[in-house]
Design a protein around this ligand. Structure first.
Ligand SMILES: Cc1cc2nc3c(=O)[nH]c(=O)nc-3n(C[C@H](O)[C@H](O)[C@H](O)COP(=O)(O)OP(=O)(O)OC[C@H]3O[C@@H](n4cnc5c(N)ncnc54)[C@H](O)[C@@H]3O)c2cc1C
Length: 415
């Protein structure tokens, strides 16, 4: 059961959106849920689920119809992601990456040839990888050292990335690197598309040992003289020098997706806790009769409904003012709130089960491990707060490497 939705509060969804959600719920029940525990145990990427998602049309839903997709909205994607995440987090993340993320970057800024290439790969079930983070460049993305040197009609990429989702299973890679022209002059940070099948200089050099989300490989990638045709460089409208901000703007779609996975995990955990509270008896009565637990349940539902509303609002903001991505403020706030409250909700759901919650026979311990990632990946909760505050204040991000920005430069930034 899903209060807030099943009580008739459909939060402004259209009949088509409700129908899509019902289809996703059925898929999650029939395909994703039965596989979730084994995917976690085996730590194997679930190619069978990918195939089923692709056949059911949940991969590449947001690709425009002209490119073979369904032209669906980000809200549609959010509805599907939530249903999948209730059952299996890895499945939900595949839906995120095949509808948002690198795909939305290419759809916004790519050439026609790039869009066709990426649409074809994703519609075949490929989950593109986004390669930004490096050992010495985490939250401070601009500290990245991977470089792309122009050599005639191609670029040569050298460097190392880590914590790349899909390392070893993704075919398409969107690689961020410092761009240098033929004379060795730096132009800024750019994005490059490489397909692993024909990319000789791209190697997976380590698999991260993760706490949760174990069926989705996270890995280190090493680029050694990786040659990428110049036609595979993504140049946003603001040009190579200022293009990095545009490219990072695409992360607002990924944030809505990540927040939706967290919210879906929380919804799944709350469903379990609610059923358990009604059936488990102690002191001669169902534990749901204890007011302390009723208030816990009420708080969990309230947090969940607030997260859901924030995520729907952020998803709906895409396209406003012609933007290809959700509003940065709404996306950041939704991700902060949904990811933090989801950790609390799952933790409290586990608590309501007593010792059973701590057992590997129930999915709650897996959910508690999986949900922990969403305040970290895709912009940490702290860095996103900095983004929100900087927009509120009308300043650029008020931080430098030494953490201090002279007042004068803040004034300049505001002007
Ligand atoms: C499961 C998972 C999947 C990921 N997938 C990808 C991927 O596909 N592609 C990719 O490129 N990256 C990926 N990442 C990396 C992720 O984006 C980074 O982990 C994240 O940006 C933080 O960088 P960091 O881990 O180096 O932490 P750091 O930047 O070293 O941060 C350490 C701590 O300091 C805080 N902090 C840092 N700067 C500030 C500041 N200015 N103000 C306040 N607090 C600050 C952080 O919030 C954090 O608590 C993934 C990470 C995880 C865990």
């Amino acid at each position: 059961m899903d209060l807030g939705l099943d009580l008739g509060l459909d939060l402004g969804l259209a009949p088509d959106e409700i129908a899509l959600r019902a289809r996703a719920r059925a898929f999650a029940h029939d395909v994703a849920r039965p596989r979730a525990a084994q995917i976690d145990r085996d730590e194997q990427y679930p190619w069978d689920v990918v195939k089923a998602l692709t056949e059911a049309g949940f991969a590449g839903m947001t690709i425009p119809k002209a490119l073979g997709g369904q032209g669906r909205s980000f809200l549609d994607a959010v509805l599907v992601i939530e249903e999948m995440a209730k059952a299996c987090t890895v499945t939900a993340r595949i839906v995120v990456e095949t509808n948002m993320g690198a795909l939305s970057t290419v759809m916004a800024y790519g050439s026609e040839a790039q869009k066709k290439l990426v649409a074809a790969l994703v519609l075949e079930g490929d989950k593109p990888a986004i390669c930004i983070t490096e050992p010495d460049a985490g939250s401070d993305t601009t500290a990245m050292s991977t470089r792309a040197d122009r050599r005639g009609d191609h670029y040569v990429i050298n460097g190392k990335k880590h914590w790349i989702t899909g390392a070893g299973v993704s075919r398409l890679h969107l690689i961020f690197a410092r761009v240098f022209d033929e004379r060795g002059e730096e132009l800024g940070i750019g994005g490059f598309l490489a397909v692993r099948d024909d990319a000789k200089g791209l190697r997976v050099t380590k698999r991260e040992q993760t706490m949760g989300l174990r069926g989705m490989p996270e890995g280190e990638l090493t680029f050694e003289n990786l040659e990428v045709p110049a036609s595979m460089a993504i140049v946003p409208p603001s040009g190579p020098r200022r293009g990095f901000a545009d490219l990072m703007n695409a992360y607002n779609s990924q944030r809505v997706g990540a927040g939706s996975v967290a919210m879906g995990i929380a919804a799944g955990a709350l469903d379990l806790a609610l059923d358990w509270a009604k059936t488990r008896e102690q002191f001669g009565r169902p534990i749901a009769e204890f007011q302390g637990l009723q208030w816990m349940l009420a708080d969990m539902q309230t947090q969940l409904t607030a997260s859901r509303l924030m995520l729907y609002q952020a998803a709906r903001s895409r396209g406003a003012d012609g933007s290809a991505f959700p509003d940065p403020m709404l996306a950041a706030q939704a991700k902060i709130f949904a990811s933090e409250t989801a950790i609390t909700i799952v933790n409290n759901a586990l608590q309501l089960f007593g010792a059973r919650g701590y057992s590997r026979e129930l999915p709650l311990e897996r959910m508690a491990r999986d949900v922990r990632m969403f305040t970290i990946g895709g912009g940490t909760a702290q860095v996103l707060r900095t983004l929100v505050a900087s927009k509120m204040l009308g300043w650029k991000l008020p931080q430098t490497r030494d953490g201090y920005v002279p007042k004068a430069s803040l004034r300049d930034a505001a002007e």
